[in-house]
Design a protein around this ligand. Structure first.
Ligand SMILES: [Zn+2]
Ligand SMILES: [Zn+2]
Ligand SMILES: [Zn+2]
Length: 246
């Protein structure tokens, strides 16, 4: 396959970003539907039910299986290895198309699917630790950056994110105009959220200008191509007209 020119590469990259964003949006929608189903059908286990050994209400497999965590693959005996491979094949057969992470409880080895299986209740310690993180952590606005996100619906929204991140890290966000969750096709880093000197405003305008210029350039090229095609067809048409007149 020949090397692509920059002109060919850009639309392809855009198309790829768009189809990835649509896929993320679709996955997000599937997960939301699942979560709603788990609530509607009472599929979450309580801590008591979990401790009493009730199986997963998503896949029916045990959650606390009492088998202990699986030793590292390299240290398995041939029998253990065969048992592992069989479990792996069985998992892939049931969840091969789920596109989700797997989870297991510590002290158990039965794997559950992030898409099919409602997550287990948090232990008291875990719940306390998470609450502490959530309530103690206050982000200073001076540590935030603004990002302009173009969504699959072509709406643009501005989001903030901690400056530690080099790239925008959320794949699906809420679109206030569509009032639904949309995949992020493109994320443009704008600059610090706290804009005391008006620098962000300037940078934002400059970014808008660059985007508009790039769009104008694409449109000019497309128009030139169309003009060329018109000229070719016109020439071809006059050629056939000449012959039929002979
Ligand atoms: Zn399960
Ligand atoms: Zn699954
Ligand atoms: Zn929208």
């Amino acid at each position: 396959m020949g090397k692509l020119t920059e002109e060919q590469r850009q639309p392809r990259a855009r198309a790829r970003a768009r189809s990835e964003a649509l896929q993320a949006e679709e996955d997000d929608r599937r997960r939301e539907e699942k979560r709603a189903q788990w609530v509607r059908e009472g599929m979450y286990l309580s801590r008591q039910e979990l401790k009493a050994g009730q199986p997963c209400r998503g896949c029916g497999e045990p959650i606390l299986d009492g088998l202990g965590e699986r030793p590292p693959l390299l240290r398995l005996t041939p029998e253990e290895r065969a048992e592992h491979d069989a479990a792996e094949a069985r998992y892939k057969e049931r969840h091969g198309d789920c596109r989700a992470m797997r989870w297991t409880m510590s002290g158990s080895r039965t794997q559950h699917c992030g898409y099919c299986c409602p997550p287990p209740p948090l232990g008291e310690e875990q719940a306390k630790a998470i609450a502490e993180i959530l309530f103690s952590h206050k982000t200073d606005r001076r540590d935030l950056d603004d990002w302009d996100l173009t969504l699959t619906c072509d709406h643009t929204v501005c989001h903030t994110q901690h400056r530690d991140h080099q790239r925008y890290s959320t794949a699906v966000v809420n679109c206030p105009t569509c009032q639904t969750r949309r995949g992020v096709v493109e994320a443009v880093h704008i600059g610090p959220t706290e804009d005391l000197l008006g620098e962000v405003q300037r940078e934002r305008l400059a970014a808008e200008l660059r985007a508009a210029e790039a769009k104008g350039e694409r449109q000019r090229k497309a128009a030139a191509k169309t003009e060329q095609r018109i000229a070719e067809i016109t020439k071809e048409l006059s050629g056939t007209g000449g012959r039929s007149g002979d």
